[in-house]
Design a protein. Structure first.
Ligand code: PXP
Length: 251
C-alpha cells in the first residue's frame, strides 16, 4: 500500500513575534504565508493566543481573505475564541491548551479531564463548518478520548520527542518516537485523521514522514529561524524535500 500524501502546514506565528518586537506592520505574517504557499506549503497555520502575543485578530482575518490554501486556526477552547472562529470560518481549527489547567502533565490538551466541556465545544465548531483537530499527547487514552469527543482529526504533540533529540537523550527519544508510532496507528485504526507538530526540524520531519498514518505536519519556529539564513522560500522547499524523502520510506 502506498502512503497517502503528506501535507505541510506552515505556521507563521513567529513572523508576527518579530513584527511585534518593534510594533508596526513589518514583517507581515500574511506576506510570509503567501510566500510559503508559493514555495510549496499546503496550508497555513496561525495561533490567535488569548494574550495576542504574536498573531492578532486582523492577521487572522487577512489570512482568511488573502491566502488560497486552507487556514488552520489554532485556538484555546474558550467562548471568545469560539466566537471569533465562527466569524472567521477557517477551513480548520486546532484546539490547543494555553493554561496549565487545560493541559495534561505532558503538554497536550487535557482531553480526558475536559472531555465533557470539549464535546459540545467541538460540536459547535463542526456545525459552523469548521474541521476540528485536537492537539494531544501521543497516548492511546488521549486518542480514544478525542474520538469520544467527536473530533475528526488529532494532532500528535511531537515536543517531547524533539526535545529528547535536542538534549541527546537517545533512549528517551526512541521511546517517544515509539509512542508517536503507536498513537498514529491507533488514530488511523479508529478512523481519525492524524497530524503531528511541535518542535520539528528537517531531520525529525524526515523521520516522522515515514509513518504512513500521519497526513499533515505543522511546522513554524524552525522554518522562521531557518528563513533568517536561507530565506523563507528556500526553508519551505527544503522542508518539503525532507518530508518527501522520509515519505519515500513510509512503512
Ligand atoms: N502544532 C501545534 C498545535 C502548535 O501549537 C504548534 C506551536 O504553535 C505547532 C504545531 C508548531 O510548532 P513549532 O513552532 O515548534 O514548529
Amino acid at each position: 500500500m502506498t502512503a497517502p500524501p503528506l501535507r505541510l502546514g506552515v505556521n507563521v506565528d513567529h513572523v508576527a513575534t518579530v513584527r511585534n518586537a518593534r510594533g508596526g506592520a513589518l514583517p507581515d505574517p500574511v506576506r510570509a504565508a503567501l510566500l510559503a504557499i508559493e514555495a510549496g506549503a499546503d496550508g497555513i497555520t496561525a495561533h490567535l493566543r488569548e494574550d495576542r502575543r504574536h498573531i492578532r485578530d486582523e492577521d487572522m482575518q487577512r489570512l482568511r481573505r488573502e491566502i488560497s490554501k486552507p487556514l488552520n486556526f489554532e485556538m484555546a477552547a474558550t467562548a471568545q475564541m469560539l466566537d471569533i472562529a465562527l466569524r472567521v470560518k477557517p477551513h480548520a481549527a486546532c484546539l490547543v491548551p494555553e493554561k496549565r489547567t487545560e493541559r495534561t502533565t505532558e503538554g497536550g490538551l487535557d482531553v480526558i479531564g475536559a472531555h465533557d466541556y470539549l464535546r459540545p465545544f467541538v460540536d459547535q465548531l463542526r456545525r459552523g463548518g469548521v474541521r476540528v483537530s485536537l492537539f494531544i499527547e501521543p497516548s492511546l487514552d488521549a486518542i480514544d478520548a478525542a474520538r469520544s469527543i467527536g473530533a475528526p482529526v488529532v494532532e500528535l504533540h511531537t515536543g517531547a520527542w524533539c526535545h529528547a533529540i535536542e538534549e541527546g537523550e537517545s533512549d528517551k527519544a526512541d521511546r517517544e518516537f515509539g509512542r508517536i508510532r503507536v498513537a498514529a496507528a491507533r488514530a488511523a485504526e479508529i478512523g481519525l485523521e492524524c497530524h503531528a507538530g511541535h518542535g520539528l526540524d528537517f531531520a525529525t520531519a524526515r523521520k516522522i514522514a515515514s509513518l504512513p498514518q500521519i497526513v499533515e505536519l505543522n511546522i513554524g519556529h524552525f522554518l522562521v529561524g531557518e528563513a533568517i539564513f536561507s530565506g523563507l522560500a528556500a526553508a519551505v522547499r527544503d522542508m518539503r524535500a525532507a518530508m518527501d524523502e522520509g515519505r519515500a520510506h513510509a512503512r
